[in-house]
Ligand binder design. Structure first.
Ligand SMILES: C[S@@+](CC[C@H](N)C(=O)[O-])C[C@H]1O[C@@H](n2cnc3c(N)ncnc32)[C@H](O)[C@@H]1O
Length: 280
């Protein structure tokens, strides 16, 4: 159903994990350090990368609710988490795993976040999290999300939100045209209304401070070098495909740009992280 394949999510996982802001991750860990147990909802969970990054920072007893609208990704998440775990067992549809001294109970929920956010979140939780999701959503949806999170008195941690800024090396004469068109393509409605784009950080800050949350933001850029060649090539191919789909850049220019990018390019792709916690 979705436009995100399990292969693409697996390819980006290592870069995602090392790019998260360590300052914000440390703050999240400190916020819950005095608790024995915690319940977490992961929105747009894909194959569970966010859980694998975050679980080691959280209290020993964890209850996770993984939400996505793509059944195939939820099934891949079950498999990937079972492989990652020290021990895994299925009971009544939930997955029970242990990993490095932590015990996780994980439920998998297929829901469309654009339509059924309240249902997707469930009744109560301590932390709502999402990775690589907020660049898909509108300012209005961020307001609805903040309202639902605040109603549950939960904290909110969203990482790796693409800011539509990148630097590729070496330069190519078509870079400006290609990226302008790619950003236009990225600005298309993904089911949540018009994506917030450059208003994202301000929208998150406003939505949560209005509800008496303290909000911190930090950069989490991908720095992709020679050792990330496969990811760089997949990224360049995805950009070229998206630009081709618009029909607004000459096909020969796109092919030349892609050829150039497939032979040893490096890049920095900017993202940002947010952590919002209720004021005491
Ligand atoms: C860029 S992927 C990130 C996946 C995962 N969080 C990660 O970091 O690997 C975005 C995810 O959001 C999910 N998604 C997109 N629109 C959605 C919607 N309307 N409802 C639920 N999930 C959605 C996709 O299926 C995909 O798994």
């Amino acid at each position: 159903m979705g436009e995100f394949s399990a292969d693409w999510l697996a390819l980006r996982e290592a870069a995602d994990h090392r790019s998260r802001s360590p300052e914000l991750a440390g703050e999240v860990a400190r916020s819950f350090a005095n608790q024995e147990r915690i319940s977490i909802v992961d929105l747009g969970c894909g194959t569970g990368s966010n859980l694998r990054a975050l679980a080691p920072l959280l209290p020993r007893e964890q209850t996770w609710r993984l939400v996505d609208h793509d059944e195939a990704l939820l099934s891949a998440a079950r498999d990937a988490i079972s492989r990652w775990a020290d021990d895994a067992e299925e009971r009544s549809g939930d997955l029970f795993v242990t990993r490095a001294g932590r015990r996780l109970r994980i439920s998998f929920v297929c829901a469309n976040l654009a339509r059924d956010l309240g249902t997707a979140l469930g009744t109560a939780c301590d932390l709502v999290t999402a990775a690589a999701l907020l660049d898909l959503v509108s300012v209005e949806w961020i307001g609805l999300l903040a309202e639902e999170v605040a109603r549950r008195k939960a904290a909110f941690y969203a990482v790796l939100n693409y800011t539509r800024e990148e630097r590729w090396s070496p330069l190519h004469p078509a870079d400006a045209d290609l990226f302008r068109t790619f950003h236009e393509h990225h600005a298309r409605d993904k089911g949540f209304g018009s994506p917030a784009g450059s208003d994202l950080a301000a929208a998150v800050r406003r939505a949560f401070t209005d509800r008496h949350y303290r909000v911190r933001t930090a950069d989490s850029p991908w720095h992709l070098g020679a050792e990330d060649a496969v990811l760089v090539q997949a990224l360049a191919t995805g950009i070229a495909d998206a630009v081709r789909e618009t029909g607004s850049v000459d096909a020969a220019v796109i092919s030349d740009w892609l050829r150039h990018r497939l032979s040893g390019a490096t890049c920095t792709v900017n993202h940002c992280d947010f952590f919002a916690a209720p004021s005491a």
